[in-house]
Design a protein around this ligand. Structure first.
Ligand SMILES: Nc1ncnc2c1ncn2[C@@H]1O[C@H](COP(=O)(O)OP(=O)(O)OP(=O)(O)O)[C@@H](O)[C@H]1O
Length: 252
């Protein structure tokens, strides 16, 4: 049976009195890439930030329904959201390394957890940078400031920082939209490699990207899921007219 990192049912979300998500039902398979597509303002980022409960930082937000993460109801009052912070990593649209060395960026989470041994940190930094496909480019300058890298390299450092915490899910909110085409391709290849170890959920405006890198695609419109299926099916044989109109560029 397919394992799911998330099982979501009846998810509704409001910013004040304005409803941004309506009755979302979605299972997110483990060790696959799930893409979230849809026009601007349809709720993609909101949905992503509901998965790690980051959305609750917005004043006046109300979330109702069921989000099961590895079988635990993360919206229950008994659930400690801190657990999600380590298990669910996040990568943002604009690369946001800390103004620190490459090494310190990747070692950051481990140091927060109290890990001090240099050998342990060294090994973790190397492993994470290798997994993020940037080790060869930076191994000779680990003590240089990460802000001095190109945007594409910075984004891979941010991915290394996210995976250094050994998460099992990585959420990515338009991770390549600020990158040039070559860096975009590198990050796309990386995302496909990462699914061997992590469950990936990626929000993208770019439909070619969704079709290239994802196993499943969910099409959101006005805060609802219109269609969610295998990516091949969404792009070759969509069931809903609105999906077809969107993927063929008729709106959005
Ligand atoms: N912090 C907020 N406070 C109030 N309303 C918000 C907030 N964030 C988002 N919204 C509203 O919720 C709806 C969904 O926004 P969201 O950012 O999730 O969409 P999106 O699909 O990610 O858009 P984009 O592709 O432009 O990033 C929009 O109507 C938006 O205006």
């Amino acid at each position: 049976m397919e394992k799911h990192s998330y099982e979501i049912e009846n998810l509704n979300l409001w910013y004040g009195s304005s409803q941004a998500l309506h009755e979302i039902k979605m299972d997110i398979p483990s060790n696959q890439v799930t893409a979230i597509i849809g026009p601007s303002g349809c709720g993609k980022s909101t949905f992503l930030k509901a998965l790690n409960r980051m959305v609750e930082m917005v004043p006046g937000v109300k979330v109702a329904g069921n989000i099961k993460y590895n079988g635990d109801d993360i919206l229950s009052s008994k659930y400690h959201p801190e657990e999600l912070r380590t298990k669910v990593g996040m990568v943002f649209q604009h690369p946001n390394p800390f103004p620190k060395s490459i090494y310190d960026n990747v070692a950051f989470g481990a140091r927060v957890k109290g890990i001090r041994k240099k050998a342990v940190l060294d090994e973790m930094v190397e492993k994470s940078l290798k997994r993020a496909a940037i080790w060869d480019e930076v191994k000779d300058r680990l003590n240089k400031n990460a802000m001095g890298l190109s945007g594409g390299q910075q984004q891979r450092i941010c991915i290394a920082r996210a995976i250094a915490n050994e998460p099992d899910v990585v959420l990515m909110d338009e991770p390549t939209s600020a990158l040039d085409p070559i860096s975009t391709l590198r990050v796309e290849e990386l995302i496909q490699q990462l699914k061997e170890h992590y469950t990936i959920v990626v929000v993208t405006h770019n439909m070619q990207q969704a079709s290239r890198i994802s196993d499943r695609t969910a099409f959101f419109l006005n805060g609802e899921i219109i269609e969610y299926a295998q990516t091949d099916q969404i792009f070759s044989n969509p069931k809903d007219r609105r999906t077809e109109d969107y993927i063929s560029g008729r709106f959005g």
